[in-house]
Design a protein around this ligand. Structure first.
Ligand code: ARG
Length: 576
């Protein structure tokens, strides 16, 4: 256990047991990070109460056991009974050596390993991917990587919108265009809009579109074949975007609304059997307690429309059932924008009432705010539509290439292109990930590509700089991994403490489903490294005695930066 907070907890538990006479197994020493010292133990407060003693006295007695001297140079009782702990350099060094010897850099596996489904990206067939899909795609992908890293079995699901009434008009429009019609999926909007316009203005077309939906829903083979063409076209386009963005999603992860179609009627029957179905305006609905409309009347979750058709909610309830019963998932993560919050909460509640979503299974809406332009409205393209994702990706790559052209020498064309890609895409993704997902944020190319500040290029550069130290020293990175560093200078100490937080930060990021927490940590780590590097010469003549120790700190920093960025889906090049 490289994380000092975990390591000291065992000793503190023994010390508290000795003082209170309570069994060690029942004791929580409440070890936390601290602003005043390296750590604090707050256990005395609750434990003293339990045995009817004064917390300060219990804390003093714990310090007096002398047990804390194994890792602390000072242990001071403060306030009502906190114990502020300052670690010895030897203890920090030993923890660092442990992290360095560990492929996982000290990050522990999750206590309970589960099957998790992550629902993310979810664009719609025959529509373009726009800026709104950027956040769910990038955040979802980072969560997939992190959940996997701590040992969960993760199933990615791309719940694309590939079913429902719009497909009647889309199929009819495609038929009108003739067999050879090619839809430009890099911008499917004109196709969609043309179909829509015809639907709105042409009654004959409208009637055909309606019939076509019925044919589709009833599984007419000819209709399904055309529908499949639309889906395949879009899937190829989504895949292009995913490859460019470097996310894990593949076509095997497609699990669109259509995948649940055959099960919808069965789920409605189950809802009815549980007595959950009610009639409202001719539709079959579930009234989920606690949800009301503007007038204060109970809000219905419509599962079957008056016309017999099923709804978005029906497929999402079915989808919960599928994830719990077929995939045996206990953690259901939904990375979807905030506007769908009420829909999802009602779906989750309905699945709970149905007896499907019951502990240990639970669902979490990992919601996200909007990406805004300078005008504080949803980021738009030049034509005034929401910005197209592919355009943003292309622009990011072009900007990355420009940075490489300006700064990096001695690369051939292919290397330069690859590096430009890594920088541009890294910046785009990191801008998403580093802002609190719940809030809106303003999209700003200059800020996200800056080499200073909480950006991907800054972190990538910090990593590349460490790689260059080793190149200059002509020392293999692995050769310093067995070196137990000496922690002397305050900057070494600060860097050591940061490095050792990696474990708790990764777990905290996962617990809160908030990638920006990991970003903030990596930024602080890079800053701690810069301060260390400025104050503590590594390769300079006259510093031979500390050289290996400092190289070991450099190496571990680079590894944490690289792993941290990898968990966010961002590459860390060795040269920049
Ligand atoms: N396709 C939907 C949209 O673009 C998002 C679907 C999200 N996933 C889900 N299980 N409802 O708005």
């Amino acid at each position: 256990m490289a994380d000092p907070l975990h390591t000291i907890a065992a000793t503190l538990r023994d010390a508290f047991a000795a003082v209170t006479g309570l069994p060690a197994a029942d004791i929580d020493p409440v070890v936390r990070n601290s602003d005043r010292a390296d750590a604090q133990a707050n256990g005395a407060l609750a434990l003293a109460k339990q045995i009817g003693k004064n917390p300060r006295e219990v804390a003093e007695a714990v310090v007096a056991t002398g047990l804390l001297a194994a890792f602390c140079s000072s242990a001071e009782v403060a306030g009502p009974g906190f114990i502020n702990l300052t670690f010895t350099p030897q203890f920090l060094a030993a923890q660092l050596a442990e992290a360095a010897a560990d492929e996982r850099l000290g990050v522990q596996l999750a206590a309970t390993q589960e099957t998790a489904v992550v629902d993310y990206s979810a664009p719609n067939v025959a529509k373009e991917m726009h800026v709104g899909h950027l956040r769910t795609t990038v955040i979802g992908d980072a969560l997939v990587r992190m959940l996997q890293f701590v040992g969960h079995t993760v199933i990615r699901e791309n719940h694309i919108g590939d079913w429902g009434t719009p497909f009647g008009m889309l199929i009819e429009h495609l038929l009108d265009l003739g067999d050879s019609a090619q839809i430009d999926m890099s911008d499917p909007n004109p196709f969609y809009q043309a179909a829509r316009a015809k639907f709105d203005s042409d009654d004959d077309f409208k009637a055909r579109a309606r019939d076509r939906v019925v044919a589709l829903q009833s599984g007419d083979p000819a209709t399904l074949a055309i529908w499949q063409r639309l889906v395949d076209n879009s899937a190829a386009y989504f895949d292009t975007v995913y490859r460019q963005l470097g996310v894990l999603l593949t076509n095997d992860d497609l699990m669109g609304e259509s995948a649940y179609h055959d099960k919808l009627a069965g789920v409605v029957t189950q809802l009815a059997a549980k007595g959950l179905l009610e009639e409202s305006d001719g539709a079959d609905v579930v009234f989920v307690p606690g949800y009301t409309n503007r007038e204060g009347d109970p809000l219905p979750l419509i599962v079957q429309a008056r016309t017999g058709g099923f709804n978005y909610a029906t497929s999402d309830i079915t989808c919960v059932l599928d994830r719990v019963e077929r995939l045996h998932a206990t953690l259901l993560v939904y990375c979807i924008g905030t506007p769908q919050s009420q829909h999802l909460q009602m779906v989750f509640k309905a699945a709970e009432m149905l007896g499907v979503l019951v502990p240990p299974a639970r669902a979490v809406h990992v919601n996200n705010g909007n990406v805004l332009g300078e005008d504080r409205k949803i980021l738009k393209s030049r034509s005034g539509e929401p910005a197209m994702l592919l355009d943003l990706v292309d622009a990011a790559i072009a900007r990355g290439a420009a940075i490489v052209a300006e700064r990096t020498e001695g690369l051939d064309a292919a290397e330069a292109a690859a590096l430009g890609n890594t920088i541009g895409i890294g910046a785009l993704k990191y801008a998403e990930l580093s802002s609190d997902r719940i809030k809106d944020y303003v999209f700003d190319w200059d800020r996200m590509l800056a080499l200073e500040g909480n950006t991907a290029p800054y972190l990538q550069y910090a990593h590349a700089r460490i790689c260059s130290i080793f190149r200059k020293a002509e020392v293999a990175r692995t050769s310093v991994r067995a070196t137990v560093p000496t922690i002397g200078a305050p900057q070494e100490r600060a860097l050591a403490l940061r490095l050792l937080q990696f474990d708790s930060v990764v777990h905290d990021t996962i617990d809160k489903f908030s990638p920006h927490r990991l970003c903030t940590y990596l930024f602080e780590l890079a800053q701690a490294f810069t301060a260390f590097y400025e104050a503590c010469p590594v390769l300079k003549e006259g510093y031979e005695a500390t050289r290996d120790s400092r190289l070991a700190l450099c190496d571990l920093t680079a590894r944490v930066l690289q792993e941290g960025l990898a968990l966010l889906g961002i590459d860390a090049p060795e040269r920049m």
